[in-house]
Design a protein around this ligand. Structure first.
Ligand code: GLP
Length: 221
């Protein structure tokens, strides 16, 4: 049975998840799946502060917009600005969906040690929108109106929000050895509870995480 860990504030959320990442970085050649969005920002700040050794780490980002015309809203730009440019990652070990070659391997499992996830207002993880197959693999998807509206806060106007993205599928996400899902703010409470305690249904993509044997959910108001 999954359980939501209630954390006292947003900075503590970042701190506690950073402890888990720090532990993962002690493994040989660690492999991590990383999210974007506003939720992981306190985690990335804390990780930068800790000055850890990332030299043997490989990272795979969850998703990226397609046909995005606002470059500083690309997820690659977000990752460089908030994490990669501050740590000693080898650039060759950074992967985004849409990069060729690595993704077929991703889909059949490459032994990711830790997958970090946020959750969308409609229960999406990465850009696996409601209705996505639990067997889905990396692919281009249409974003729902709700997601476009949610993400318009980062763009000059709603018309600038891309309508498509390339996303890691639910199948490769589930093949990670450990999964952490994080949510920040009261507006995420209901959807996180539905995902963790409700029916396992493709209508709420994050609900499939209940089937994972090494998954933790972190929440703060
Ligand atoms: C986007 C991303 C998701 C992320 C979600 C939540 O849609 N594709 O990976 O989890 O936003 O974002 P935020 O943390 O800003 O609420």
């Amino acid at each position: 049975m999954s359980k939501i860990k209630k954390i006292k504030n947003y900075w503590e959320l970042g701190y506690q998840i950073a402890d888990i990442v720090e532990h993962t970085l002690t493994l040989p050649e660690p492999k991590l799946i990383l999210p974007t969005g506003s939720t992981p920002l306190s985690l990335y700040k804390e990780l930068v502060n800790r000055q850890l050794d990332w030299s043997s780490v490989t990272t795979y980002n969850l998703d990226e917009y397609v046909d995005n015309t606002i470059q500083d809203q690309s997820y690659r730009y977000f990752m460089v600005e908030n994490l990669f440019k501050h740590i000693n990652m080898d650039e060759d070990n950074i992967y985004f969906p849409g990069d060729t070659a690595v993704w077929p391997q991703m889909d059949y499992g490459i032994g990711v040690d830790l997958c970090l996830l946020g959750i969308g207002g409609n229960g999406h993880i990465a850009f696996n929108e409601p209705g996505s197959s639990f067997q889905s693999e990396t692919r281009i998807v249409d974003l729902t109106e709700e997601t476009i509206k949610d993400n318009s806060r980062f763009f000059p106007t709603i018309d600038d929000v891309p309508t498509q993205a390339v996303t890691m599928g639910l199948k490769p996400i589930l093949s990670s050895k450990k999964i952490i899902i994080m949510a920040n703010g009261k507006h995420k409470k209901d959807i996180l509870e539905q995902a963790m305690y409700g029916d396992i249904t493709e209508d709420i993509p994050a609900s499939i995480l209940q089937t994972h044997t090494n998954m933790e959910a972190f929440y703060c108001d």
